[in-house]
Every structure is written in C-alpha cells, then in structure tokens.
Design a protein. Structure first.
Length: 82
C-alpha cells in the first residue's frame, strides 16, 4: 500500500478556517509538518501561525511520520487567564 488513511482534527480558530475534521490519504513517509504545509497552502496567512501537533492524544514534534490509522490534532496558540 503506497498511501495511508489518516484523520486530522482542528481546534479553536483553525476549526473555523479548515473545518472540524478532515480525512485524507497521504503517501507513506509523510510527516505532520508536510501535511500542515499542504493545509496552510490553501489558506492565506496560515503558514505563519505557530501550531502544536498531537497524535493519538499525545503531543508530538512536526517531524512525526504518520502511520496508517493515525488521528492527528492541530492546535493554534491559545491564551487564557483571569
């Protein structure tokens, strides 16, 4: 099999711009950083946004290589406080 099926969820402001969940087929060897560049290419200014990635509910580095069935998540910067 040359491609993988993965699912990516977006949170906060990213959800408004990209939707809540996207399913995609990607080539083997695709990293989260590569996949993020694809999404960011479709939305002006998105590539400048610092984001964090998680896979299977654990934070991972952008160099994480996706595997069959992975569920990824992308989080934009958030602020909070009292």
């Amino acid at each position: 099999m040359k491609t993988l099926r993965i699912e990516v969820r977006f949170y906060a402001a990213l959800r408004e711009r990209l939707g809540e969940r996207v399913r995609r087929e990607v080539p083997r060897g695709t990293t989260l950083a590569m996949l993020w560049r694809e999404f960011a290419a479709d939305v002006p200014g998105l590539d400048a946004l610092p984001v964090r990635f998680a896979v299977r509910e654990r934070y991972v580095e952008p160099a994480y290589v996706l595997r069959q069935g992975d569920e990824g998540a992308v989080f934009p910067p958030v602020s909070g406080g009292a």
